[in-house]
Design a protein around this ligand. Structure first.
Ligand SMILES: C[S@@+](CC[C@H](N)C(=O)[O-])C[C@H]1O[C@@H](n2cnc3c(N)ncnc32)[C@H](O)[C@@H]1O
Length: 263
């Protein structure tokens, strides 16, 4: 069994989910990446490139004199990027052989949360940075999730699904609240100039975040039910709630941390 929870998702559904993530979160990610001063001629590494929008955006910023390397365990949605300054590699960031100290910037969003030994991936990414290079990592904190406005029994179902999400990550030795721990983890890795963004959107049913979580829940329903914390009926209520324009919830928080490697 692959440790990545979405590894057996169908092509079309997974592409749709990844593109929904990009639509909602790319503006904040681009803003955060821009704080590093990313510019022409930089060499950037996009870890867990997904459907590839950040890879393609970085490629336009670094221009022909720069380069973006995109690595993913599964490159089915980025293999067709035809930009001369983009290289797509299929592999696991924890084991892939790159030249050390070769990138000006390394970025990853929603990747480390899926790795029980995320420290291995993180120390690899730091090793790949040139001295003075920038690391930008964005990870979720699912412990922030709660239904706020909706019919009481439906909110209870939503919160049971929220508990199932936490349990699924714990059962796989993954940290469901990794996002909020990132700043302290960055300190332990002796990174410098640490800055933190904490994005905890209060979302209406039918909004981008609600739709992303509905898609994830439909794909991972069996895994949530296996935890014993939620039933099929709770899953159905969660999906209805996430579509209902009269509901409000925090689905999860995203913590983005930027820091510089010592020169
Ligand atoms: C939730 S998706 C996020 C995609 C993209 N970063 C985004 O935010 O739009 C996680 C991605 O990380 C990839 N991934 C998971 N574990 C990985 C690993 N050890 N090395 C490289 N990629 C990995 C998955 O295949 C998937 O494409």
């Amino acid at each position: 069994m692959s440790e990545y929870v979405f590894s057996d998702s169908q092509n079309a559904k997974e592409l749709e989910r990844l593109q929904a993530i990009e639509q909602v979160f790319d503006p904040a990610s681009r803003k955060q990446i821009q704080t590093t001063g990313i510019t022409s001629n930089w060499r950037c590494l996009e870890v867990g490139a997904g459907a590839g929008s950040i890879t393609q955006w970085m490629a336009t910023v670094v221009g022909q004199g720069g380069k973006v390397v995109a690595i993913d365990l599964d490159t089915r949605f980025v293999a067709n990027i035809k930009l001369s300054n983009v290289e797509v590699l299929e592999g696991d960031i924890r084991h892939f052989q790159f030249e050390s100290r070769s990138f000006d910037l390394v970025h990853a969003r929603y990747v480390l949360i899926h790795l029980p030994d995320f420290q291995v991936a993180l120390s690899r990414m730091i090793d790949l940075l040139k001295p003075g290079g920038w690391l930008v990592i964005e990870e979720p904190d699912f412990s922030a999730a709660r239904a706020i406005i909706g019919e009481e029994s439906v909110c209870q179902s939503v919160n049971r699904v929220n508990q199932a999400i936490l349990q699924m990550f714990s059962n796989r030795s993954m940290d469901y609240a990794l996002g909020v721990k990132l700043p302290a983890i960055f300190q332990r890795f002796s990174l410098q100039q640490i800055s933190v963004e904490n994005y905890t959107p209060l979302s209406k049913g039918g909004s981008g975040v609600a739709t992303v979580m509905k898609m994830s829940t439909m794909q991972l329903a069996e895994k949530y039910i296996e935890t014993g914390k939620a039933t099929q009926q709770d899953i159905e209520q969660y999906c209805q709630f996430a579509k209902d324009l009269n509901t409000w919830a925090v689905y999860y928080a995203t913590v983005g941390v930027t820091a510089k490697k010592q020169t």
